[in-house]
Design a protein around this ligand. Structure first.
Ligand SMILES: Cc1cc2nc3c(=O)[nH]c(=O)nc-3n(C[C@H](O)[C@H](O)[C@H](O)COP(=O)(O)OP(=O)(O)OC[C@H]3O[C@@H](n4cnc5c(N)ncnc54)[C@H](O)[C@@H]3O)c2cc1C
Length: 495
């Protein structure tokens, strides 16, 4: 069967194909056979070059699972038919966007079917929107935006996928001024479990629209994101690498930056990294300023830290910034990450920093010869933007997260997968300690950013019971048989 035939399955042939599928279900429980018959060029089986290259393109080793087959649809109509087949077979499956999530099983699956969305990455420019195929990477989105001299809210690193980042919330260079990346979505095109294709926006399916902004893969497969475009000039910013000597100065300046009057043009991500086995520090301060010619007073403290081991600051588009910081992840790297949120106070970050130090000592004594990079990263939490319509993140409307909250991202990167369970316990233990200190200090925030969360963390608990009840109702309305709760096993689940 040729691709053009299969992608335009005629209505007359549909019953015959369905009969074939039902015969296949009766004789063989694998949907890979009918998928292979229908879409031979887009179905990848183990031990083939395309299968192997699809698996090795996951950012982290945790994504290197072995599905029975990988299907890479090239159009919404193909994917709708694929969902129908997976429903008929009652198959468990994974949805893969850019493949950058570190949690095992979020976007790949052993022995079942993985839908690789990267065949759908067309980008069209519309009136005030970019229509982005859900398998696109942010670099491709920025290329299209830069070519039209417009901006969109998107990821800060070009290699990351639009699908996972946006459905989980999404933090962008613009987020302290304009909100979450998901708040910049005007319309989602989605395939539901009954294989119908619908649009969710402020006027059509508004409850689903809200739920998809932070609801990950709990409601359907998003096939297209229509992103609001806006005019924005170049942005100042980049990365500064500081020496070990700046460790306590850096935590002081991050605190000062957060305690000072909030400046929506200033965006920072500060990373305290520790590397084994050479016991070196990697203190990285990423800063951006939306108005390149302004005085940047709010950043002066951070900018003044010396000595600088390396500094790369430019004035460039958001896309150019995203390309500059996209360093390749070495093959064979494992990653673990987890997150929490605290409210800023004069002392909280100093106390959390002690946990970074004690955790660094712990891994030094436990795994002295291992190749491990361990980091705490701090950044502000995006603004809430009621003008974009509500999202599902559950952040109270009374909160001013961009001013008051600090997101902590805790990461391990390492080469020896056998360390995973030990490091996982250390990571979750460190976050528990941070939460404990924050509680004592009255600085604890329940919200945890989904795209940074470890799979054992209670992300939806942080959204709040009311929001979760609302989302459950929406899931029952749009997915009454619970395909996206039970057949799509990866991701944080509502039920
Ligand atoms: C190097 C790097 C840089 C990062 N930078 C940022 C950043 O600047 N801002 C930020 O907020 N986060 C950032 N992140 C975190 C990032 O948002 C998450 O890792 C996110 O899950 C990546 O999305 P993906 O599509 O690449 O991942 P995947 O692993 O492919 O997908 C993640 C989840 O999304 C679901 N999903 C993907 N596509 C769809 C779809 N079309 N429909 C329904 N569900 C879907 C998958 O099923 C899976 O559960 C970064 C991560 C890395 C590794």
């Amino acid at each position: 069967m040729t691709r053009s035939f299969s992608s335009h399955l005629s209505i007359c042939l549909l019953p015959a194909v369905l009969l074939l599928i039902h015969a296949a279900i009766a004789s063989d429980p694998s949907p890979c056979d009918p998928l292979s018959a229908l879409y031979p060029d887009q179905l990848f089986l183990p031990n083939t070059t395309l299968y192997t290259s699809s698996i090795s393109s996951y950012a982290w080793m945790s994504g290197h699972l072995q599905p029975a087959c990988i299907i890479q649809p090239q159009s919404t109509s193909q994917l709708s038919f694929i969902i129908k087949i997976l429903a008929d077979f009652n198959t468990t499956f994974a949805i893969r966007g850019g493949g950058h999530n570190a949690n095992p099983g979020f976007s790949n699956i052993d022995n079942e079917v993985t839908i690789d969305m990267r065949g759908m990455r067309q980008i069209e420019v519309g009136d005030g929107v970019l229509r982005v195929g859900a398998g696109a990477l942010w670099g491709e989105v920025y290329d299209a935006a830069d070519a039209k001299n417009v901006s969109v809210m998107g990821g800060r690193i070009s290699t990351v996928g639009v699908g996972g980042l946006t459905t989980g919330g999404g933090m962008s260079i613009f987020s302290l001024d304009r909100g979450w990346v998901c708040d910049g979505v005007k319309n989602f095109e989605v395939i539901l479990s009954n294989s119908s294709v619908i649009n969710a926006n402020a006027t059509s399916n508004p409850s689903l629209f809200r739920s998809l902004k932070g609801g990950l893969n709990n409601f359907g497969v998003v096939t297209r994101f229509d992103l609001t475009t806006f005019k924005h000039g170049p942005i100042w910013g980049g990365t500064t690498l500081l020496s070990n000597a700046s460790e306590s100065d850096l935590i002081r300046e991050v605190t000062n930056f957060k305690m000072a009057k909030h400046d929506p043009s200033a965006h920072t991500v500060t990373i305290f990294g520790y590397n084994l086995p050479d016991k070196s520090y990697m203190l990285l301060n990423n800063m951006w300023y939306l108005k390149p010619n302004a005085n940047k007073t709010s950043l002066h403290g951070l900018m003044s830290l010396e000595p600088k081991l390396n500094q790369s600051l430019v004035v460039a588009s958001a896309g150019e910034h995203a390309r500059r910081v996209a360093t390749p992840i070495p093959a064979g790297t494992w990653a673990l990450w987890g997150t929490t949120t605290v409210s800023i106070s004069p002392t909280i970050l100093f106390k959390i920093h002690e946990i970074w130090k004690s955790t660094s000592s712990l891994i030094t004594s436990k795994f002295p010869a291992s190749d491990i990079n361990f980091a705490f990263g701090y950044q502000s939490v995006p603004k809430s933007t009621p003008e974009s319509g509500p999202n599902s993140l559950g952040i109270p409307s009374t909160a001013v997260p961009e001013r008051d909250w600090v997101n902590l991202l805790v990461t391990f990167q390492y080469q020896d997968g056998a360390l995973t369970s030990d490091l996982e316990a250390i990571l979750l233990g460190a976050i528990d300690k941070v939460d404990g200190i924050a509680r004592e200090e009255g600085a604890h925030v329940k919200y945890k950013y989904m795209d940074y969360a470890h799979w054992k963390q209670d992300v939806f608990g942080g959204y709040g019971a009311e929001e979760v009840e609302r989302m459950k109702g929406v899931a029952q309305d749009y997915d009454p048989l619970g395909m996206f709760q039970h057949q799509v096993t990866g991701g944080f689940k509502l039920f």
